[in-house]
Design a protein around this ligand. Structure first.
Ligand SMILES: *[C@@H]1O[C@H](CO)[C@@H](O)[C@H](O)[C@H]1NC(C)=O
Length: 346
């Protein structure tokens, strides 16, 4: 399914991916970095709500969480490599085994992010040993991280009895590298280390095989230019994370044409917007992204009332911003996409 195609009428030729199709529908998704901590009841609340909006993809992370997040009570879980690199605690994978079955029953596939800059910077085992520089620069951590990728891809689902790399009915994509890899280090550093992203994607692709129906994607950066880096055969989709509202202009997105954004305000600071501003931003930005023919994943829908903590982008199911989100997600499902993702969605 390797298909990169140049799309006409785009001024900047950036490497593109997946089939160019005239009649494909776009879609909306959401993110929940602590999905593995949800009780089955809370998971049900979230998935029922998302299903009602036609959301197709939920992006989840593997980093451990020790306490409640964003007002959501969670069952804590450790990092995949809690103490020693290469010694895995599969709790997070096993939790996601259950999650993906329930998600699929709601018409939703998972996008699995393998690691995050956030965890590295916060001092997980890779951060403790290598910090945020050597991790990307030295051979040993690259090999160790590749082993982690292999471990995840080969994790045998506890009830389905098959490895994740074969579960295309449940998994939309693997984010081969990381959430916002190198984000703290600036665009020049990211450009200079593009090969880090590409090598991890190649590793993932080699385990998945060329005919996998699971996509290999990047984990975004801070703004549009910074997000669109790797020109790499192993990558199917470049994810754009953009915190600056200007990046959400249709013309700006059309410059690059990719998948996935966050509808945030600042990078990475910002407080709560008043409800009217927020609701109007959701509507405007979502429709601008739809007009560019690109799917988007909201950061993030949470299964409880939003406590409005700092960096406040969340929407709780049933909050004042829920119905604008719902309308925006339903509209995305009716919008025309530049790339045809249908074979990867439920
Ligand atoms: C993995 O983590 C769980 C949850 O913290 C813990 O109960 C279990 O003992 C750990 N397993 C191993 C092998 O360390």
């Amino acid at each position: 399914m390797k298909m990169k195609s140049f799309v006409p009428c785009i001024t900047t030729a950036v490497a593109l991916f997946t089939t160019f199709a005239l009649a494909a529908n776009s879609f909306a998704g959401s993110n929940l970095y602590y999905a593995a901590g949800l009780s089955s009841a809370t998971r049900g609340t979230l998935l029922d709500a998302l299903q009602g909006t036609g959301v197709k993809v939920l992006r989840v992370w593997l980093d451990g969480q020790s306490q409640s997040q964003k007002g959501t009570t969670i069952d804590p879980f450790p990092d995949l490599e809690p103490v020693t690199i290469g010694t895995y605690n599969d709790t997070v994978l096993e939790r996601l085994d259950d999650f993906m079955i329930d998600a699929q029953a709601h018409g939703i596939k998972l996008l699995i992010s393998m690691h995050s800059f956030n965890a590295l910077q916060a001092g997980d085992i890779y951060g403790q040993i290598y910090g945020t520089g050597y991790f990307y620069e030295q051979t040993t951590p690259q090999q160790q991280f590749d082993a982690r990728l292999e471990h995840v891809l080969n994790h045998v689902h506890t009830s389905l009895g098959k490895p994740w790399k074969q579960l295309s009915d449940y998994i939309f994509a693997f984010e081969a590298s990381e959430n916002e890899a190198m984000i703290g280090k600036g665009q020049q550093y990211i450009e200079d280390h593009q090969s880090w992203q590409c090598d991890r994607a190649s590793m993932t692709k080699s385990v998945l095989g060329d005919n996998s129906d699971i996509l290999v994607v990047t984990g975004g950066e801070c703004w549009m230019d910074e997000s669109v880096q790797p020109d790499c055969d192993a990558l199917d989709v470049i994810s754009i994370h953009a915190y600056g509202a200007g990046d959400f202009a249709t013309s700006s997105i059309q410059t690059y044409l990719a998948i996935s954004t966050r509808e945030n305000d600042d990078c990475p600071t910002g407080g709560a917007l008043d409800t009217n501003t927020r609701n109007s931003n959701i509507k405007t930005w979502a429709s601008q992204i739809d007009a560019a023919g690109v799917p988007w994943l909201y950061w993030q829908i949470i299964p409880n009332a939003d406590p409005h903590y700092g960096y406040d982008y969340e929407i709780g199911v049933g909050d004042a911003s829920w119905s604008p989100f719902q309308a925006a997600a339903l509209a995305a499902g009716q919008a025309t996409a530049v790339f045809d993702y249908s074979e990867y969605l439920l």
